[in-house]
Ligand binder design. Structure first.
Ligand SMILES: *Cc1c(COP(=O)(O)O)cnc(C)c1O
Length: 371
C-alpha cells in the first residue's frame, strides 16, 4: 500500500482514488500540449481528492509547477513535495500582511492588480528579489489586472524591476464551449500583451482550453479538473480516465407490495410491487440533495433510479430490477459507468462541484501512485 490516509473506520461507503489514472491524465495533457509544458492546479485539497497524495503522484509523474487558490493550501502542498525546486504558486493573490510567508515556505504569489505588483516590488526591494506571477484579466472580470492596469504596466515595466516575473498568465471564461466568441477574443488580448510585459513563461489554458488548440497553449498549460477525470467539453467524448469510484453499501431493503410513499415529504410514490434499497450516503457526504428523484446508480451492472429525497445520511433507490441484490451489496454511485459528469448532469451542476463536495465520512482507498 502507499500509506495514504484511509478515512474513518466502519464507514458505510468507500471512495477509491486511482492515482495511476491521475498520473496518466497529467501525462496525456502534457503530451497533448507539447512543446508547451504542463503545470497542475491542486486547489481545494486537490479538487477534494487529498492534496498530499495528489501532489506526490503528480510530482513523480514529472510535474514541476503547482498552483493552489489559498496561501494555506500552498503551504500544505509545499510540505508534501520532496523537491524544493518544484514551484508552488498562489492564484488568489497577495493579501497585505502575507508577504513573509512566501519566502518562508518557498512559494510565489500571483499578483492580481497593480497595488499587489507595487507591494511585491517594494517587499523585494527591501528583502531581495523573489519570483512572482502576474495575472492579466483578458475578459473574465474576476481576478487579474484589468485592461487599463495591464496597459499601465506595459507602459512602465520598471514597476516590476524589483522581482522576477516568472509567469504571465490569464484565465479563460468559456473554454468549455469551443464555439464561444470570447475564446478567440481572450486569446488575442492575451497574445497582444505577452510581448509587452516582461516575464519568463506565458500561460493561458486550464483544462478546457488545452483542447481549443496550440494557439491557447503558450509556454505552459495549467489544468485542474481534467486531471481528476472531468470532461474538457461536451462536444467530444471525454478522453480523460476516471480517477474516483464511490460505492455505498445497502443498509436495508424493503419489499413494497401495496402503494406507499418513500422518504421525507413523501417525495416518491411506489405504485407497483417492488423493492427499495437504502444506502448510507446523503447530502452530508456531498451527495447533493438536488439529486433527489434524479440520480441513477449502478447495482450488479444494472442502472437503478434514486427515488424520493436525498436525506442527510441516507438515500433510497428502486432496485426492483435487481431481484438478487441483498443487504451489504455495493451500489456504484460514481464510477466508470456513471462518471462525475454524469452525476453532475443529474444534479444540475458541474463535475467540479461533485469532486469538491466529496465528504469526510467516506473510507478512502488510494490505489496506485508512489509506493
Ligand atoms: C481553477 C483554475 C484553473 C484550473 O481550471 P480547470 O478548469 O479545473 O482546469 C486554472 N487557472 C485558474 C486561474 C483557476 O482558477
Amino acid at each position: 500500500m502507499n500509506g495514504f490516509p484511509s478515512g474513518p473506520a466502519y464507514a458505510p461507503a468507500l471512495l477509491t482514488i486511482d492515482l495511476d489514472a491521475l498520473a496518466w491524465n497529467w501525462r496525456f495533457l502534457a503530451d497533448k500540449a507539447a512543446p508547451a509544458k504542463a503545470a497542475a492546479v491542486v486547489k481545494a485539497n486537490g479538487y477534494g481528492l487529498g492534496s498530499t497524495p495528489v501532489v506526490k503522484t503528480l510530482a513523480q509523474a514529472g510535474c514541476r509547477l503547482f498552483f493552489t487558490a489559498h496561501l494555506g493550501e500552498a503551504i500544505a502542498v509545499r510540505g508534501a513535495l520532496p523537491d524544493p525546486e518544484i514551484e508552488v504558486g498562489v492564484l488568489n493573490g497577495l493579501l497585505a500582511g502575507d508577504e513573509d510567508a512566501y519566502p518562508q515556505h518557498t512559494l510565489f504569489p500571483v499578483l492580481n492588480d497593480l497595488s499587489q505588483v507595487d507591494r511585491w516590488a517594494a517587499y523585494c526591494a527591501k528583502n531581495g528579489a523573489r519570483p512572482a506571477a502576474v495575472q492579466l484579466d483578458s475578459g473574465m472580470t474576476r481576478l487579474g489586472l484589468p485592461a487599463a492596469e495591464a496597459e499601465s504596466l506595459a507602459a512602465d515595466p520598471g514597476r516590476m524591476a524589483g522581482f522576477e516575473c516568472r509567469y504571465l498568465l490569464s484565465h479563460m471564461a468559456c473554454a468549455d464551449e469551443p464555439d464561444h466568441p470570447l475564446n478567440a477574443a481572450q486569446q488575442e488580448r492575451f497574445a497582444a500583451l505577452v510581448p509587452r510585459i516582461p516575464h519568463t513563461h506565458a500561460m493561458l489554458a486550464a483544462s478546457s482550453a488545452v483542447f481549443l488548440g496550440p494557439a491557447w497553449h503558450f509556454d505552459y498549460i495549467r489544468p485542474g479538473v481534467a486531471l481528476y477525470g472531468g470532461r474538457p467539453n461536451t462536444l467530444a467524448p471525454n478522453p480523460m480516465r476516471q480517477v474516483i469510484k464511490l460505492e455505498g453499501k445497502i443498509l436495508q431493503i424493503q419489499d413494497v407490495d401495496a402503494p406507499q410513499t418513500v422518504g421525507y415529504g413523501a417525495g416518491h410514490r411506489v405504485e407497483e410491487p417492488g423493492r427499495i434499497a437504502t444506502i448510507g450516503v446523503g447530502y452530508a457526504d456531498g451527495y447533493l440533495r438536488s439529486l433527489s428523484n434524479k440520480a441513477t446508480a449502478v447495482l450488479h451492472g444494472v442502472s437503478v433510479p434514486l427515488v424520493g429525497r436525498v436525506s442527510m445520511d441516507l438515500t433510497t433507490f428502486d432496485i426492483s430490477a435487481v431481484p438478487d441484490a441483498k443487504v451489504g451489496d455495493s451500489v456504484e454511485l460514481i464510477g466508470p459507468s456513471h462518471t462525475i459528469d454524469d452525476l453532475a448532469d443529474q444534479a444540475g451542476t458541474i463535475g467540479y462541484e461533485i469532486l469538491t463536495s466529496l465528504g469526510g465520512r467516506y473510507a478512502r482507498r488510494y490505489v496506485g501512485g508512489p509506493q
